[in-house]
Ligand binder design. Sequence first.
Ligand code: F3S
Length: 74
Amino acid sequence: PFYTWVDKHTCIACGVCGATASGVFDYDDEGLAYVKLDNNNGTTPVPIKDEEDFIDAFESCPTESIKKLTLPNR
Ligand code: F3S
């Protein structure tokens, strides 16, 4: 499984991740991305159905703000 969180300090609100993996990413009031599965904690696995879209988003983020983990964040 994959776990993920977004580094809001480097996200530039480009909008790619939510468009690519709408089941995983959403945006806050400032347009910065976060993981909606677990309020950006990186503790809930990315659903199998969203894994492919998640990888696409991960590889497409222009600032490498999307973190990909294989164990829950702690
Ligand atoms: Fe931000 Fe990267 Fe998404 S810049 S909006 S985390 S694709």
